[in-house]
Design a binder for this molecule. Structure first.
Ligand code: FE2
Length: 457
């Protein structure tokens, strides 16, 4: 194979295990109870065209650390989607990937393999594994068995984006998906706390169809990002990319009431850029505040990471005035960061703290520090990795019984390339710069991947 995303710690693992973690430095807190989860691409078979393999392409595998009574157990399982099971039956790769759209023929009865490799969310007591071009899959805890596709009672058979949002106050799940084929390019819905779809509408985008990765919610509104990674069939027919950076399409953020119709969306023109992930959004009077990770442009669709620095995201703040239709925006800090997270019991209301990772200056999609952001003074603290260590996305795990926003732990995987081993780090969020209180060596290597999640016990 000749592709950096199939080598080193990007290389997939092919064993599924459930093993206790026995090598621990420090002490695992007794009041940390639940599941730390990390998903990512882990192709089952060698790709049809390894040189065209894109880091988005691999079959989703979830790695889990279960915390209970000061001890930790590691498990990993693939998400068994129909495409995964069909390849398993045939013993080889059948589908191509992101870079081979229009180049490798797919089985007519299943034009796409749902990779279910991107992120996770817990809703209505169920863990859902997401992939933005298909249905989420319910995965059981603690065993990570695939239960099946989640269509909310059969009422939402379309895709659900990688990052639907749970409103912690109402238990609702706010979902959307995007279609490159026909208007409305964005479809939006609300699922109630019992898993029933209660609202659905289409949102017509003013320009071309675009790739939309994340969204934001407040108590009463939803924010949709129309940012210029466009889809073009014409480009594919001419041998070009399915998705490409096309700034002339405009950069807009649309805001609609949670139960609004697509036609009620108010569009705000913002500076040209792209948002992959948000920290949080909330209402302040007739204004909406949004903190997000924003790049001036994006090349994440390319595997060429040569110009990485200028393509790295920075923390960006928007203030939308719903009465006057105006927006103010500014870059908050120069630290290149991504994979922004908050205490998710505060989604949609004003938060003080955020957690993220700082890009490594030389290693593409990898991170060289865990970050904590304090909105009071916009201070960013860092836990630096060693020269051969790279951290993955960190999440916030509330301490059992906690009520304060910052009362909990920051948890994430760290891989050390010196001897190819992985650790799960647990940091006391309120003593962030003290570094980890526990470093738990995983019994098996955990390949680099995408999003992490915390599911309380
Ligand atoms: Fe994401």
């Amino acid at each position: 194979m000749s592709n950096i995303y199939l080598e080193g710690n990007f290389a997939p693992v092919n064993e599924e295990v459930a093993l206790p973690c026995t090598e621990i430095e420090g002490d695992i807190p007794n009041d940390l109870a639940g599941y730390f989860l990390r998903t990512g691409p882990n192709n089952q078979f060698e790709p049809i065209a390894p040189d065209l393999y894109h880091p988005f392409d691999g079959d989703g595998m979830i790695h889990q650390i279960e915390f209970a009574n000061g001890a930790a157990t590691y498990r990993n399982r693939w998400v068994r989607t129909p495409g995964f099971l069909r390849e398993r039956e045939e013993g080889k790769s059948i589908w191509g990937g992101f870079n081979t759209i229009g180049k490798i023929e797919a089985p007519p009865d299943m034009p796409m393999k749902n990779l279910s490799n991107t992120a996770m969310v817990v809703h209505a007591g169920k863990l859902l594994s997401t992939w933005e071009a298909g249905s989420p899959f319910e995965v059981g805890l603690p065993d990570l068995d695939t239960v099946g596709a989640q269509t909310f009672g059969g009422d939402w058979t379309e895709a659900v984006s990688a990052h639907p949002k749970v409103d912690p106050r109402t238990g609702e799940l706010i979902v959307f998906c995007y279609s490159p084929a026909q208007q409305p390019y964005v479809r939006y819905g609300v699922v109630d706390a019992q898993g029933r779809l209660t609202h659905k509408t289409g949102i017509e985008l003013p320009g071309a169809p675009v790739m939309v990765h994340d969204m934001a919610i407040t108590k009463n509104h939803s924010l949709i990002f129309d940012m210029p990674v466009t889809f073009s069939i014409e480009r594919i027919m001419n041998g070009g990319k399915a998705f490409d950076w096309e700034p002339e399409n405009g950069t807009r953020i649309g805001i609609l009431p949670r139960y609004g119709e697509g036609s009620e969306t108010k569009w705000f023109d913002v500076d040209t850029g792209y948002i992959f992930h948000v920290f949080n959004a909330w209402e302040e009077g007739d204004e909406i505040v949004l903190d997000a990770c924003r790049t001036v442009r994006t090349a994440i669709l390319d595997t060429d990471v040569g110009q990485l620095d200028e393509l790295n995201a920075r923390m960006h703040r928007y203030r939308f005035n719903l009465t006057h239709g105006t927006v103010e925006e500014h870059r908050v800090d120069e630290t290149p960061l991504e994979f922004s997270r908050i205490n998710e019991s505060r989604v949609g209301e004003k938060t003080r703290y955020g957690y993220a990772s700082r890009f490594h200056p030389e290693r593409g999609l990898l991170f060289g520090a865990m970050l904590k952001h304090d909105r009071e003074g916009d201070r960013i603290d860092a836990i630096e990795m060693g020269p051969t260590q790279f951290n993955q996305e960190v999440v916030f795990a509330p301490r059992v019984g906690s009520t304060e926003e910052d009362d909990g732990y920051v948890v994430g995987f760290v891989h050390d390339e010196a001897d190819d081993h992985t650790e799960c780090w647990v940091v006391d969020a309120r003593k962030f710069t003290d570094g980890p209180v526990a470093r738990i060596r995983t019994p098996r290597r955990v390949p680099y991947g995408f999003h992490s999640h915390w599911a309380p016990a």
